[in-house]
Design a protein around this ligand. Sequence first.
Ligand code: NDP
Length: 487
Amino acid sequence: MTTPVYENFINGHFLKNQTGDTFAVKNPATDEVIYHVEIADEFIQNAAIESAKQGFAAWSAMTPIERSRILLKAVAILRERNDELAKVEVLDTGKPWQEAECVDVETGADVIEYFAGLAPAQVGQQQMVGNDFYYTRKEPLGICAGIGAWNYPLQIACWKSGPALAAGNAVIFKPSEETPLGAIKLAEIFIEAGVPAGVFNVVQGAAEVGQWLTANPNIEKVSFTGEVGTGKKVMASAAGSLKDVTMELGGKSPLLVFDDADVSQAVSAAMIGNFYTQGEICTNCTRIYVHKNVYQQFIDELKTRTEQNIIAGDPMDPEVNLGALISKKHQELVLGYIDKGIQEGATLLTGGKALSPASAPNGYFVEPTVFVDCKDDMTIVKEEIFGPVMSVLVFDDEDDVIQRANDTHLGLAAGVFTKDIQRAHRVIHQLQAGICWINSYGNSPAEMPVGGYKQSGIGRENGIETLDHYTQTKSIYVGMSNIESPF
Ligand code: NDP
């Protein structure tokens, strides 16, 4: 059976490359190639820049309310096609249908809708200065590049294009080589909704294509989602032409469970924050600090629920709630971390092995894994694993656990479970993280800014302030009287 070949999406249509080079995309749950994608060669790269220049000229000339109206049409189409798009995400990422069906498309559409609504409300300032005055305009940056990770491909494309397009920019987006189809579907939807050709382009390929984007002097901004190490390379390369950057990077986030917490609720948060999307979520609370008074109760319930309630298998089966990891290589990496945890003295409470479910025997599954007796200096406690691997640690002092939670170069997210309202806020204010939850974990509505402290990122996505990251302020001074010249 021949598989489809997708071309790059440039200037409103698919465009064939000249080299004929392609790469294959596999379904992580079956290990089968499902389609091929053409790599963006020099011809495509040049065409993408020309296309985005033209797209920017047309789009930035429209009024914000015209842009808003068109983007809202795209939102409606995204919602109408929810199931078709969710299926694309399941086949590309290996995540369960039961998640993609209600989260991936929905949360992407929400963000475009949010910024479409905000676009006409963005205003400049005006101030008198004596008899003269100045005013400011919020102008778009120009061509913005988006570079995405593979865990939420369509959602990431929406989160980057929503504010960029609402503010009047053109976008060249590069999805991860593992999951290239969602962004193409979004590009088609934008055209169908009436976004002019050239405003949203999709280039395909691996690191080299990303590097070209970050170095290209025609591009004014790069919004990147990926690993900390790649983020540093992207930022260094973007510095060559002083591009603005937004960096959404990795995390190793703590969840603190105090002894007055609702333990069942805290277990729910810990399981969602480690096993949702089979653990491939940047904000996951992979370090769970549990107060010694409730530690045994917490791990007993955690073990029971992990062993009884998790169903791995064909991700399209609506009963399945644990999907396959993105690739064989990533599965091996995660299993390598589990071995390291055992070698360094952590105790496996449950899980720890590769899985081969009957309905998806060739998929890259890993058992939901919980380590107890963890110490702060263990590799599994320090490094981002990006798989279904939770480390549980014990504490008995508030100040001490805050210091331990903050003892990392990462600072993406954090959570606290306690019924003491003063402690909840006191503790969360001291945690060095950009995205925090109290008696909750993982929700990320369009209205709420998200982004990391320390090496977890720069800038924010979502929330009102993000529009500022996609505009530049022009100040205009207006003289109302004759110039008094000393010359
Ligand atoms: P990577 O850093 O490996 O890749 C991210 C993107 O960058 C991919 O499109 C990749 O291309 C591309 N890329 C790779 N090298 C370069 C380069 N030198 N210059 C420009 N682009 C490059 O991350 P993953 O895709 O493995 O995603 C997992 C990581 O993403 C985790 O660390 C996770 O924490 C983080 N993440 C952060 C989020 C946040 O909001 N903070 C959200 C989701 C994930 P290709 O893959 O095709 O090689």
